[in-house]
Write a protein that binds this ligand. Structure first.
Ligand code: HEM
Length: 440
């Protein structure tokens, strides 16, 4: 990307007095309207606030977003060069301490250049050896176990009791963790999210458990995700292996939570899907794709930081400034998409799994888990959404978009029609899990 001349009259972030808060894009009833307002006012790159008074650039154009994601020499994950640094801009309770620490986080998602090039192959190797049929069986069994817990009640919150729990359980099993370890890790993860700035001790405990699990997997020679990481030569230590295993699990957890919850909300509220089981026109995969097009799960990617001055359009991005890729906005760029919802059917050209060196390593695996989680629920229960689907309250994360709650009712088992084509697993009875939803 071109460097500006010193007399360049382009827009600088510090000259913009009023900036939209990023979280408006994820909590608005109509997120597209917020992005379109920004696009109309600012073009392909808009000045926004991460929190009041904490500025960043939001990339709205599809071509510009791909350019930022692919150019990992200009836009890096290391926050050390962030203009102003966290201690000057963020209050002690700021949630941004978790995503914008003063030093780079040690995971591959936050690594740049040579380090990322070293840490990514083990992740690709570990995830590519996962057998999809096994993932399907595990997901089906764990979904069945969760549905068993609330089936007799006639009502449930499909976010807290289902979408937020399924991904962690499935990934934990693929990681080779025992149910009690998975439960402890989920408790710690929740505590880390809730404790904000003072999460260091809990992170140490989490890494101790996972490091022990890595060593255990190596001793046993397991073939699960932990087993592959445990013997991979690209790592310099078991701590790196543990950090990578944790990063994989958390990355999957958040995105899948949002994908499953949003897809359930869509299928349960949209008449195009409601007759699916009796031969409707659209399949669950179409609903999964439509969510990624219309209201994607990761609408704003974690910040990158400019290593030198860059011009995009008429905006001057200075060295160290934070740049957020707006995936939702890029997916809706009029240059790549029309307003016709049928255009999305079977079309997977969205940016929802990212692009460039940090693109998601598990789009297929994620789809298998999400598809089965949605299908299993619909096969087992005749659920009806409680309340107006247009009045959904969205969770308040600026990075993820998913309903805060999805209250449903359904007839008790004796009133249900027979189960669909996927039978419950006979091993469900004594599941050994006592895991609750994570604290997002
Ligand atoms: C089994 C499920 C999943 C696993 C194991 C997984 C794992 C990961 C990991 C480890 C990364 C970091 C890669 C790197 O930095 O090199 C990543 C990135 C990403 N994942 Fe996934 N993921 C899963 C599902 C999903 C789903 C369902 C979505 C969205 C629908 C998603 C969207 C993304 C995006 C957008 C990025 C790029 C982030 C960025 O560039 O800043 N992932 N994923």
């Amino acid at each position: 990307m071109p460097a500006p001349s010193p007399s360049d009259p382009r827009v600088r972030i510090r000259d913009v007095a009023e900036r939209t808060l990023l979280v408006e894009t994820t909590t608005a009833a109509d997120a597209s309207a917020v992005y379109e307002r920004l696009r109309t006012r600012w073009g392909s790159v808009a000045p926004i606030d991460l929190e009041p008074g904490v500025p960043a650039w939001l990339v709205l154009g599809h071509a510009e977003a791909v350019g930022v994601l692919r150019d990992d020499r200009t836009f890096i994950k290391d926050p050390s060069i962030w203009r102003g640094h966290a201690e000057n801009l963020l209050g002690p309770q700021s949630a941004l301490h978790l995503v914008l620490p003063r030093a780079p986080k040690p995971t591959l998602a936050d690594a740049d250049g040579v380090k990322h090039t070293r840490m990514r192959p083990p992740v690709d190797d570990a995830l590519s050896q996962v057998d999809e049929a096994r993932v399907g069986a595990i997901t089906r069994r764990l979904c069945g176990m969760l549905i068993d817990r609330f089936e007799d009640r006639g009502r449930a919150d499909l976010v807290a009791e289902y979408a937020a729990v399924v991904p962690f359980l499935v990934l934990s099993e693929l990681d080779g963790l025992e149910p009690d370890q998975a439960q402890r890790l989920q408790e710690i993860t929740r505590a880390i999210f809730e404790s904000g700035a003072s999460a260091r001790e809990r992170t140490a405990e989490l890494l101790e458990i996972v490091t022990g699990h890595i060593a255990h997997s190596r001793r046993l020679g397991t073939q699960d995700i932990a087993g592959v990481l445990a013997v991979h030569d690209n790592f310099e230590s078991d701590l790196e292996r543990a950090q990578t295993l944790t990063a994989i699990t958390l990355a999957a957890n958040e995105s899948l939570l949002a994908w499953v919850a949003q897809t359930l909300a869509l299928v349960l509220s949209d008449p195009r899907f409601s007759h699916r089981v009796s031969g409707g026109r659209l399949h669950i995969d179409d609903a999964l794709d439509e969510v990624l097009w219309r209201s994607t799960t990761n609408p704003n990617l974690m910040p990158r930081f400019a290593t030198h001055e860059v011009v995009i359009g008429d905006k001057l991005i200075e060295r160290g400034e934070a740049v957020i890729v707006g995936v939702h906005a890029a997916n809706h760029d009029p240059l790549v998409q029309s307003d016709d919802p049928w255009d999305t059917v079977g079309n997977r050209a969205y940016l929802s799994f990212g692009a460039g060196p940090h693109r998601c390593p598990a789009p297929r695996l994620g789809r298998v888990i999400a598809r089965i989680a949605v299908a299993e629920l619909l096969q087992r229960l005749q659920v009806t959404l409680v309340g107006d689907p247009d009045q959904v309250e969205w969770a308040t994360s600026p990075w993820m978009r998913f309903p805060a709650r999805l209250p449903v009712t359904f007839p008790s088992p004796s009133e249900q029609p027979p189960h669909g084509t996927w039978p419950a697993d006979p091993d469900d009875a004594d599941d050994g899990y006592a895991v609750g939803p994570p604290g997002y």
